[in-house]
Design a protein around this ligand. Structure first.
Ligand SMILES: [Zn+2]
Length: 317
């Protein structure tokens, strides 16, 4: 009996895998660091090999697996099973990853974008349970998301809906982004570019504890910014509040377009804590006139790091 499903989340930093039974209970899981320099063939070969290890460790065989869902940190053409553009793992650009994995394992494979599968998982089992409409936002090294409209994941015409991080939000600030725009939300408010902004300000001579926590300029990341933020370091406060302001604007724009105000958020930069989240929500409420009549709900992810693996497994029909 093919009762089991596998979810794989290929992240920019980690690869997570989970084996689930027919009731979506986790039977076994494992994780690895992502080799971002691997070729697409090497990466898919690794996924195939580790899938066999996962199944083997659970005392099972691939004949018991109904299908595999895999999430990638890039735009994905769901119908064709192709990763389109990936700034995280460059070798994945335009790769037929679904067929590459299927050929190696001889099991049905489904692939999608990581934001989409996290939205699926949070809607089915997490903070978005019971809502007909919901927007999921990943606030992490990158900004991504997924749209649940009328209870269904909405993929758009090319499978690229929900790329909320690359919506254009400012022509006066931001870094050049891989999406081709200077001033998309990602180029201002992602963990990657917030850290970069802190780094550049310190290079220009700004004094900050961020540098003490990071050790060297090139080591500046959101962990160092976060520690300085907790100590009320002026530059860290500015960096984080600036990011929160633009994220609030992004949610406002999403609400204007979709008339959805159920926002589920997850991802590493939410670890900056409630002062960051409160500031983001305050920015949303500042811009949104309709919020007084229909107050938005900002709900933290309930599935955390496992959202993508669970959502990837949910791709299997
Ligand atoms: Zn962008």
């Amino acid at each position: 009996m093919r009762d089991y499903v596998i979810g794989i989340d290929v992240g920019g930093t980690r690869i997570r895998m989970g084996l689930f039974d027919s009731g979506m209970q986790l039977v076994s899981e494992q994780q690895y660091l992502t080799d971002k320099d691997a070729t697409a063939n090497e990466l898919i070969g690794f996924l195939a090999q580790q899938t066999e290890v996962l199944v083997d460790k659970a005392g099972m065989t691939l004949e018991q697996v109904r299908g595999i869902g895999a999430a990638f940190p890039s735009s994905v053409d769901f119908k064709r099973g192709v990763t389109l553009e990936s700034s995280n793992i460059v070798s994945l650009n335009e790769q037929p990853v679904r067929d590459m994995l299927r050929q190696r394992l001889q099991v049905p494979v489904y692939v999608d974008n990581d934001g989409n599968v996290a939205a699926l998982a949070e809607h089915r089992y997490g903070a978005g349970r019971g809502y007909d409409h919901m927007i999921y936002a990943t606030l992490a090294t990158g900004i991504g998301g997924g749209l649940i409209l009328n209870g269904q994941l909405y993929r758009g015409m090319h499978g690229m809906a929900g790329e909320i991080g690359h919506t254009f939000i400012s022509d006066s600030t931001g870094y050049p982004c891989g999406c081709g725009v200077i001033g998309c939300v990602h180029s201002i408010a992602s963990g990657f570019f917030m850290a970069r902004y802190a780094m550049d300000r310190i290079k220009e001579g700004e004094e900050s504890r961020i540098l003490d926590y990071a050790g060297t300029l090139s080591n500046i990341d959101m962990v160092a910014v976060g520690r300085a933020f907790q100590m009320n370091d002026p530059l860290a406060l500015e960096v984080v509040n600036r990011g929160a302001e633009y994220l609030g604007r992004m949610f406002h724009n999403l609400n204007q377009i979709f008339d959805i105000n159920i926002f589920v958020y997850g991802g590493g930069i939410t670890k900056l804590g409630h002062r960051f989240i409160d500031r983001m929500i305050a920015s949303y409420r500042h811009h949104s006139l309709i919020d007084q009549k229909y107050p938005a709900k900002f709900l933290p992810s309930e599935l955390g790091d496992r959202a993508e693996v669970i959502g990837a497994a949910l791709l299997v029909q």
